[in-house]
Design a protein around this ligand. Structure first.
Ligand code: FMN
Length: 291
């Protein structure tokens, strides 16, 4: 069942999607049981930025049919806070640690990649490029040239695997994936959330404090499957697939569509034990197929 991914050997292909499983809070609640039975084959931490962020004003969530719209706004302690407080705790997890970083310019991302990449506790970095470059005004991950320029800046700064997390809000996602692969990305991951909005039922004004948000959960699974399939056909590097995964059967579908690893996101809010359930369902399905 072990899976080779960017030089790492993982016990199975199921990991968490960034920002949807707080391992530090879970450890506080479940203690060493979480360590003994860690549900994911690698742990991806929530996006960190260079400076601390408070995140968006509430409300931050809206439940939509078969999904969720979130406008969390990436609250985090910032790079220094992460390195001082979160990293030592996350380094105790029994699986490889993937750190997700985001910057508002290439220089900011470069600083994050250099600092995080230098830490021995970190197995790989995931670059969240679903954010505008304040200098160019472009959402970095929506344009192949932006992604290529970003990779040219950050690739020389670390020898650790770099996973580029693609946004589904782009006109040609495979072209963006090819730009990442062609400029030294070790893997791509997709999908991040789809842009969405909810209105207050009485006032007709935006429900979410941030105005609009990102749609995730079962509602986006068919979109994710199509984009994963198109990207896997377009690049030779591994693909981490995510978007609405709820069962071991969905993991099998995402792998069949071309993913090497599959991440569980929103389902962990509905069922906090989803990681363990989905990975054991998948292992069971695989064992049945072999027998
Ligand atoms: C509440 C919430 C917070 C998220 N935070 C992050 C984040 O910090 N960084 C990131 O790259 N993606 C973040 N995501 C996106 C997920 O990692 C994932 O790409 C997306 O939700 C699709 O998977 P899912 O449908 O299984 O949730 C977040 C998603 C949700 C629902």
């Amino acid at each position: 069942m072990t899976v080779a991914f960017c030089g790492l050997e993982l016990e199975h292909p199921v990991i968490n999607a960034s920002g949807t499983f707080d391992a530090i809070a879970a450890r506080r609640v479940f203690g060493d049981e979480l360590i003994a039975r860690f549900p994911f084959a690698a742990f991806v931490s929530k996006t960190i930025t260079l400076a601390p962020r408070r995140g968006n004003p509430p409300p931050r969530l809206w439940e939509t049919p078969a999904g969720l719209i979130n406008s969390i706004g990436l609250p985090n302690r910032g790079l220094d806070g992460y390195l001082a407080h979160d990293l030592p705790e996350l380094a105790r997890l029994p699986v490889p640690l993937i750190v997700n970083v985001m910057g508002f310019s290439r220089d900011e991302l470069a600083e994050l990649v250099q600092a995080v990449g230098a830490r021995s506790e970190v197995a790989a970095l995931e670059l969240n490029v679903s954010c505008p470059n304040v200098k160019t005004g472009m959402v970095m991950g929506s344009d192949p040239r932006e992604v290529a320029a970003l990779m040219a800046r950050v690739r020389p700064l670390t020898s650790k695997p770099l996973i580029v997390k693609l946004t589904p809000n782009a006109s040609d996602v495979p072209a963006v994936a090819q730009a990442a692969a062609g400029t030294g990305a070790d893997a791509v991951s997709l999908i991040n959330t789809l842009r969405g909005m909810a209105l207050h039922p009485q006032t007709g004004r935006p429900w979410l404090g941030g105005g609009s948000g990102g749609v995730s959960g079962p509602a986006v699974r068919a979109v994710a499957l199509a984009q994963i399939n198109a990207v896997a056909d377009a690049v030779a590097i591994p693909v981490v697939g995510m978007g609405g995964v709820q069962t071991g059967g969905h993991v099998r579908e995402f792998l069949a569509a071309g993913a090497t690893l599959v991440a569980v996101g929103t389902e962990s809010f509905r069922d906090p034990a989803a990681g363990e359930r989905i990975s054991s369902e998948f292992v069971g399905l695989t064992a049945t197929a072999v027998a």
